[in-house]
Design a protein around this ligand. Structure first.
Ligand SMILES: NC(=O)c1ccc[n+]([C@@H]2O[C@H](COP(=O)([O-])OP(=O)(O)OC[C@H]3O[C@@H](n4cnc5c(N)ncnc54)[C@H](O)[C@@H]3O)[C@@H](O)[C@H]2O)c1
Length: 420
């Protein structure tokens, strides 16, 4: 029997782990990407996704089961195609041009009996209203009827060693019963548990519920942190105490804002669609977005007042920022709130130096001097600001030698430390 052929469109944080997993379960995988440089590096065994070590990629390449490519013609005769291209916002509205491009490009290779699944995060209706017509007109085929179409949201959590692709339940859907069956069959080979739902719209909404839930709860706790500071109450201790309740409470932690590819963006897909379809505002999402966006300025303001108490103006002060990626232990700078923290601090006249061991230097905000975390850097700084608390930082060194530490992540303790 012929080995099943999978095409994964987009070889990013979502597509590459999926491709690797499929190779390991015995499929032939073509990883398509429009980024020629990325494809070249992948073909040379160089992974840029922290969760996929070069050795794992190397094994997939050496086994002849994984082929990265920029050429859609390599998708010919595929059995399953999964689309994992970006879905960013442009001027506050969903930008589905990448999904459209992928749909138009793969359309000519859609044949009777094949399955196409969209994984990119998007508003309910995208699979059936936007992707389906593109595939149908490019292929001359129909779904349901000729080919199977479905949606399955991605839950990948970069840098999480516990919850990986294979042990995180995967929600699956199809445009009809048969498509659901095919999509479910495919994912059951990759993950331990699938969660079938009745329609692609339900699956699309599931992802948006998950991210909106996080965005709103983080905003709630961020606003609580701001008001608790003014009330003179230790919010961190209060959250920990509340977390001792064994039911009905889930702990979220304050921070300098939200970042990454999901939280600042995905809920806006939902509020945009609600506005477009129902003509009404999704107030929780708008409010949460607003609160979270104010956090970088709040951090800068707190650093300024902290320095002021020490008799040091922020104008001309030397600051050492720890961690600029949006997320702990990753180098992912996408939509990182650290960029705004830096902007506000520099606008106040501060000299900003930063330690960011994971991100590529060219992705760091302009005007930041990148340094290593050394005793000298800490002693010579007027303030150390913990923005993203990577585990590799020596917090002990920081608290022993810093004059003043502003900690937005609750990692440091001691007389010179002030927490968000
Ligand atoms: N990164 C995450 O943690 C995460 C988690 C859940 C869901 N998602 C969602 O998954 C989708 C993909 O996210 P990602 O983080 O993998 O993005 P990414 O930017 O890391 O990767 C996307 C890749 O797609 C490529 N691409 C763009 N247009 C293409 C096209 N027409 N044909 C072929 N390749 C194309 C890009 O060059 C890029 O390499 C998004 O909708 C995102 O919201 C991401």
């Amino acid at each position: 029997m012929r080995t099943e052929k999978l095409v994964v469109i987009g070889q990013g944080y979502v597509g590459l782990p999926l491709a690797m997993r499929a190779v390991e379960t015995g499929m032939d995988v073509v990883g398509l990407d429009v980024d020629a440089d990325r494809v070249k590096r992948l073909a040379a065994g160089e992974s840029f996704v922290e969760d996929i070590p070069d050795e794992r990629l190397g094994r997939a390449l050496a086994g002849g089961r994984y082929r990265p490519s920029t050429d859609y013609a390599d998708a010919r005769d595929f059995d399953v195609c999964v689309i994992t291209v970006p879905t960013p916002l442009r001027d506050g509205a969903p930008d589905l041009s990448y999904v459209e491009h992928a749909g138009r490009s793969i359309g000519p290779y859609v044949r009777p009996g094949c399955t196409v699944v969209l994984e990119s995060t998007t508003y309910p209706g995208t699979t059936e209203e936007l992707l389906r017509p593109l595939l149908e007109s490019a292929s001359g085929l129909r779904s349901p009827g000729d080919f199977h179409l479905g949606y399955s949201p991605e839950r990948i959590d970069p840098g999480n060693p516990t919850w990986r692709l294979e042990n995180t339940p995967k929600v699956v859907s199809g445009v009809d019963e048969q498509a659901l069956h095919r999509v479910d069959d495919f994912y059951r080979r990759l993950v331990q548990r699938t969660v079938p739902v009745d329609s692609t719209r339900v699956a699309e909404l599931t992802k948006l519920i998950e991210n909106t839930f996080r965005q709103v709860n983080i905003a709630l706790i961020n606003e609580l942190a701001v008001v608790s500071h003014h009330l003179g109450i230790d919010v961190w201790q209060a959250i920990d105490a509340a977390d001792s309740k064994p039911f009905g409470f889930m702990s979220f932690r304050p921070g300098p804002g939200v970042g990454g590819h999901c939280l600042p963006i995905d809920p806006c897909y939902l509020s945009w669609q609600v506005k477009r379809t129902l003509g009404r505002r999704f107030r929780f999402i708008e409010l949460a977005d607003d609160v979270n966006h104010q956090m970088p300025e709040h951090v800068a303001h707190r650093v300024m007042t902290g320095l002021n108490r020490l008799g040091r103006p922020i104008n001309g002060a030397r600051l050492l920022l720890l961690g600029l990626a949006y997320k702990r232990n990753t180098g992912d700078m996408r939509d990182s709130p650290a960029v705004d923290v830096v902007r506000h601090l520099r606008a106040l006249g501060a000299e900003v130096r930063a330690v960011e061991p994971y991100a590529q230097p060219e992705q760091l905000p302009a005007g930041v001097v990148v340094v290593d975390l050394t005793e000298r850097e800490v002693t010579e700084a007027d303030a150390v600001v913990v923005v993203t608390d990577h585990d590799c930082f020596d917090y002990d060194l920081v608290t022993r030698h810093a004059r003043y530490v502003f900690d937005s992540r609750d990692r440091c303790r001691g007389p010179v430390v002030e927490r968000l």
